[in-house]
Ligand binder design. Structure first.
Ligand code: ATP
Ligand code: MG
Length: 413
């Protein structure tokens, strides 16, 4: 580990000068040893949070109750957490109490997986690895620290983290660790939807192939609890769904839509229950509503414009990405989607009118043409005119639209 940033080593030095020990620990050591880019550096120390706030000038007590202080240093921010032992769990959600310890090994023993339980002391160049995390890293295995059944019974989120790491790290799950999942699902059931959401998002966006996580989730029974509509798909539809998700670009809303593509049920209620943001929910629901490219090889240009209108200009690429992934998942040629995509792009480049605001006339023009006041009829007439213009964009001139108004009004009356 010679790639640890100067600023991190400097933090350890400063703690040492005040008589404390410090280790770089957890996911960052794992990622570093794997040669991955590390974004967050976490430190463990035998200094108490109060000590840490005394040693450093700029600190934020971000998680003081569980011993975490964020230190701002040389333009970066670092989570410095006091060594902790395992607290007692009675609800399977969070420890009832946190107690600080002075031994790094005790702190590592309360961590979830061996590859996450490696510490490194940069001042002495010393790796602390009592659970053989380096060995598991080399063999690419996710294995619980100590007895998996006990650990999963303490904190129900860990089973989902196991599935998530199988996908993001592209590791396999140790069989004894996997075997401990079904008997501890009652604890998993109690985990807050917010925590479940965060793991789902990581599995969907940080993994090249989220299918690895969903495979584990389905065969262990986790998916029946947190994604019943997907769990209920038959084997073939489930396998197709996983292939579709993997072939979809790594954006939450796109991959959520790809996941729900063939699943029955109230998707919006499910996305709400698992706390997906409004932005994600609305985009995923929109993509699910707008899908459908069957028969596109025979579409007229007007059909292509109606498709772009339905997808909306902003989301036509996202929709076609998933449609393309769906073809891949089905083993169908992607040429149909690629050809449609080129045609859609040509329409967009030609700047064809697609929304009421693109029309050459507005509501006021409709009212004066009819000699009427405002009312619901105005919007309905504009919508009908837009449909004509999408059918044939050459209608989008002031004269031609004004000439159409009385006729359209009569049809709607
Ligand atoms: P990521 O790359 O997603 O950040 P990470 O391993 O850093 O992965 P975090 O959630 O940031 O995951 O947690 C940091 C460390 O804290 C983990 O590496 C692990 O040692 C420990 N940890 C986190 N959550 C748990 C948990 N539920 N039970 C036990 N230890 C945990
Ligand atoms: Mg982390």
């Amino acid at each position: 580990p010679d790639a640890i940033p100067e600023a991190v080593i400097d933090l350890c030095e400063r703690l040492a000068r005040s008589g404390y020990r410090a280790w770089v620990v957890g996911g960052c050591i794992r990622d570093l040893l794997m040669g991955e880019r590390v974004s967050d550096w976490d430190l463990a120390t035998d200094a108490t949070p109060e000590d840490v706030m005394r040693v450093f000038r700029r600190t934020v007590p971000t998680g003081i109750a569980h011993g975490t202080v964020t230190v701002l240093h040389r333009g970066g921010h670092y989570e410095v957490t006091t060594l902790r032992g395992e607290g007692a769990y009675t609800d399977g959600r969070r420890p009832d109490s946190v107690h600080f310890v002075s031994d790094i090994e005790e702190d590592l023993a309360r961590r979830d997986f061996t590859v996450n339980a490696i510490a490194f002391d940069p001042r002495h160049g010393e790796i602390v690895d009592p659970w053989c995390g380096v060995h598991d890293l080399q063999h690419r295995v996710v294995r619980a620290v100590r007895d998996p059944r006990e650990r999963f019974g303490e904190d129900g989120l860990r089973v989902l983290r196991a599935a998530r790491f199988v996908a993001t790290l592209e590791f396999t799950l140790d069989p004894a660790t996997e075997a401990a999942i079904p008997p501890t699902l009652e604890t998993f059931r109690k985990v807050s939807p917010e925590r479940v959401h965060d793991e789902w998002v990581k599995a969907l966006t940080k993994a090249r192939a989220p299918s690895r996580a969903f495979d584990v989730m389905r065969r262990t029974g986790m998916l029946a609890i947190s994604g019943p509509a997907i769990a209920a798909l038959d084997d073939e539809a489930f396998a197709r769904t996983l292939r579709r998700v993997d072939a979809t670009p790594r954006a939450v809303a796109l991959r959520v839509a790809a996941l729900l593509w063939d699943a029955p049920g109230d998707h919006d209620a499910w996305m709400r229950a698992f706390r997906f943001s409004n932005e994600v929910r609305e985009l995923a629901a929109h993509l699910l509503r707008a899908r459908g490219v069957e028969g596109a090889e025979a579409w007229s240009d007007a059909d292509v414009r109606r498709f772009v209108q339905r997808a909306t200009k902003a989301h036509v690429d996202a929709l076609l990405e998933i449609e393309r992934a769906d073809r891949i998942a089905r083993g169908a040629p992607t040429a149909l989607v690629d050809a449609l995509w080129a045609r859609a792009r040509a329409q967009l480049e030609a700047n064809v009118p697609l929304v009421a605001g693109d029309l050459a006339i507005g509501g006021k023009d409709v009212m004066s043409a009819l000699g009427s006041g405002p009312g619901r009829h105005v919007g309905r007439i504009l919508a009908a005119l837009l449909a004509r213009v999408v059918e044939d964009p050459s209608f989008n001139t002031r004269e031609r639209l004004l000439a159409l108004v009385p006729e359209v009004a009569k049809e709607l009356a």
